[in-house]
Design a protein around this ligand. Sequence first.
Ligand SMILES: [Zn+2]
Length: 502
Amino acid sequence: ANQYYSRSEFGAAFRTYTNALEVSPSRIDLLSNRAAASIQLGFWDRALQDTELVLQTNPTHKKCLYRKIKALWGLNRYKDAFNFLKENESHVEGIDLDQATKLVQQSLGHYDIAEMYTLDREKRHDIAEYFGPVEIKRISGKGRGLVVKEKINMGQLIMCSKAFEIAFDQDTIHFRGQNEIPDTTEWDNSNTCEGRVFEKLKMDASLRPQIQKLYSGDDTDSQSKPWKTDDDLTKGLHSVMKFNSFRCEENLSASTAGGKNLCALWILPSYFNHSCIDSNAYYQLFGDMMFVRAVKKIREGEEVTITYWPVNHPARREVIAARNFMCECRLCQLERKDEEEGSPVPAKISNLLKLIRQNFNSGNPNLDISLECVRKIAALRPELQRDLNVALLSPEVDALLKLTRICEKSIFILEAMHSVCANNALVFSSPFQSQNLARCYTGEKDAANVRKWWRVFKRDVLAAHGDFTQGVKINELGLHADEIEFYEKLEADPNAKLASIS
Ligand SMILES: [Zn+2]
């Protein structure tokens, strides 16, 4: 069994310890080791029971003291974990009171977001879960969804949820080896994730109901019969995973900064419904933790929606169709209307993007021609549809932005991009635009616009990170302390001239 454990085959280790415990039910080493395997598998109740059995006879058993705290964390009993650690502090190794205090704070919704950016993106972390004022409700025409019980402000954290199961690239390599899956079999992180959930549910039937309740293709499933046989479990779980697992790919990380190639199942976040452009919340992944934050004010009784696939996902409409639902966001409605009416706009846009590409590929790109193409794209959607002009987020426009090195020529591009990004799940990229707009207008000596975009930047950071002062600590924003001081001075004094400050 110890060999299984050291090879990270926790399911096999768990079963072997369990068999041995049937012969000698009170062997301390077996109980302690099974607790370790249970922690790896997320069998928190089992881990707690085993450690408590050991601690009854051996109250200073170091490993079980440590494992009991881990189990209490897994059960979201952060205060109990803190109190237990305090009572036994002199015997516990590997966890200190500061860490236990931090988890208590996190469970109340207080996270150091800047710290989250320093975490390994492909690991599971000891971070507490937090669930804000949301509840599962029936939503007319959509099945179930999450609705807020009291008003939520822009930038406010709605929840921080730990994955029930997650598979990163290295887990898939390990899973393939462990299960001797031949090279000829197609196998990716979603297969690994499903395989692991299957193993967990097979070993611990008490974990099944919460998974079985999730949407699996029709909305009457929650009344269907419990999964008894392996066959029930295989089929039922496959549908649940199809509709609820989150798959993130690194190259599409616009709305999932912090996440990498992964497939995971989060339980409560599975109840969020999707909206491409009219979502009012935004999710971000740090390892196995999903943070969901409001990007605009959400009224009491209003549904919270997130964006599963960013609007610039190349196969957005196909993946939505594959999940059997009709998105009613303004962008999807516009695209359907364009199709029904045979609007020439989509073809015009793709021709203009093609011109930009050809210009790049010519080896001697003429930036002015490309800029003119972007201007035409921006003009193709009238004022009311400005925020639906997702073509402005195409790789071609992005490449052009880089080529212009973000100068006064880029101002109109940044402004147009900002109107697409600022009020939905793309809010994470809007600080990039507003910050660069403040810089561009500084170069143009246009103090009024510098003030305006500095204020917008602070609002964008608040929406994306919940706290402006935390946001500026985040390296990705690349702001220097003296730059912040400069903008703050300019904003504070409406009569200040740019030259007199810099
Ligand atoms: Zn949509």
